[in-house]
Design a protein around this ligand. Sequence first.
Ligand code: GLP
Length: 241
Amino acid sequence: MNVVVVDTYKEIGEKAADIFVAQLLMKPNSILGLATGSTPLSLYEALIQRYKDGKIDFSQVTSFNLDEYVGLAPDHEQSYRYFMEKNLFEHINIDKNKTYVPDGLVKDADAFGKAYDQQIKDMGYIDLQILGIGANGHIGFNEPDKIFTYATHKVDLAETTIKANSRFFDSIDDVPKQAISMGIGTIMKSKKIILMATGEAKAQAIRDAIYTDPAPEHPASILQFHQNVTVIVDKEAASLL
Ligand code: GLP
């Protein structure tokens, strides 16, 4: 794992954006794996700026998002599809028909997960995957568990995740209890991975991701087995390293 420690949240986004620019110069039709949450916002802001400055072109890109809440329609303000539209897709020249976010309203999650994974496989897997991390170590919505789940699947959200994400909803009761998440196997098939984290609340999760023996109780620790991971953190998130 390459670990890059920077001073500010904005710099995390700038460093990650540098890698995106290089990736799309090398392969303009890259398959990007995208994430939601507060952390990647600095990356998306940096990417929008670079697009405006003519430094990056998304016209040939395909994207797959990590996860979506079960029960939220794409136009729900807290759905991850809506998040992606507002925070990235509407501001760049990506072809909307080539942006994929799991369907939170799907009836048969198993069939959906198989088809999502197959589609990613058929395209040769993700070239560059961006990940945030939960304070409990989750990546996507792969919560701490007894096993690593390979495929895209429906998950029950951990109580701590529901509580953490309640900041975006009017009340904790409005937070969906389940999500569809890309599985650990599909994430690990990505050719390059960037893991981003900011703030002291993520320090233990980052320490576990990098140092603990890989185990499903610390989902991000699986990344130690990946050949090409760049961890970009600020000093607070790096404070236990
Ligand atoms: C969310 C997402 C994750 C994200 C994490 C941290 O629930 N499913 O993909 O990395 O939790 O979010 P944040 O960046 O807002 O701290």
